[in-house]
Design a binder for this molecule. Structure first.
Ligand code: HEM
Length: 198
């Protein structure tokens, strides 16, 4: 995906958001160590980016299908009265696809940290619905963000294996993906955490 295409995704504000993450590089480094993230994981994620580049649409079909199959999750893409908001689903989808590639390819630097904070806020009452101008149920409880790590990781294996890589390479990509998603869910917990409870 070219930079030009990226800038055309509605509501995708990477590098342009005024949101700043209070997480320092040093704190990020400790979090990376906590999920056992290594240079090998970085390399495996880069490989995963190439493997997933032309599959993001199919990945999104699976993830959206998973949400659609669970009314308690679909509620957050629906009005408080329970009416799904198709425009909302349609607008978030390309941002989600871009996030897959960002997770694989972006350096975990200041701009990335700031956008992590922005994505976190977009799941909370502070910013959910704002980007797309919708009136959907809010906020998404933190426990679902944490629990979602599993389906978002488990469903990825088949896609990582779809381009003929060795079993070891697929395993390395899958483990690196798992770590990167866990890392992000951990960062996204920050605005949910009670003050003075870190
Ligand atoms: C590991 C867990 C999760 C990941 C990786 C994830 C990922 C994402 C990403 C990448 C975006 C778009 C960010 C952007 O605007 O650029 C997003 C937005 C959104 N996600 Fe999640 N998500 C997770 C959990 C959940 C759960 C459990 C729900 C509940 C259904 C959910 C519902 C939504 C909704 C409704 C939006 C749109 C928010 C808005 O109004 O801007 N997400 N998510």
């Amino acid at each position: 995906m070219t930079t030009q295409q990226k800038t055309q995704i509605a509501g995708y504000d990477f590098g342009r958001t005024s949101t700043r993450s209070p997480v320092t590089e040093e704190e990020l480094d400790k979090l990376l160590k906590t999920v056992l993230f290594t240079d090998d994981d970085r390399a495996a994620l880069r490989m995963a980016g190439d493997v997933l580049e032309d599959q993001t649409d199919r990945v999104l079909d699976v993830w959206y299908g998973f949400v659609a199959d669970h009314p308690h999750l679909m509620a957050y893409f629906s009005t408080p009265g329970g009416e799904p908001i198709q425009r909302y689903l349609d607008r978030v989808r390309p941002r989600f696809a871009q996030w897959i590639l960002d997770t694989c390819r972006r350096p975990f630097d200041r701009a990335w940290l700031d956008y992590q904070e922005e994505i976190a806020l977009r799941h909370t009452a502070d910013k959910k619905n704002v980007t797309d101008g919708v009136d959907a149920t809010t906020p998404i409880p933190l426990r679902y963000l944490v629990a979602f790590i599993y389906p978002i990781t488990a469903t990825m294996r088949d896609f990582l294996a779809a381009k003929g890589h060795s079993a070891e390479e697929v395993e390395a990509m899958h483990q690196a993906w798992f770590k990167a998603v866990t890392l992000q869910a951990a960062l996204w917990s920050r605005p949910y955490a009670r003050e003075n409870h870190a």
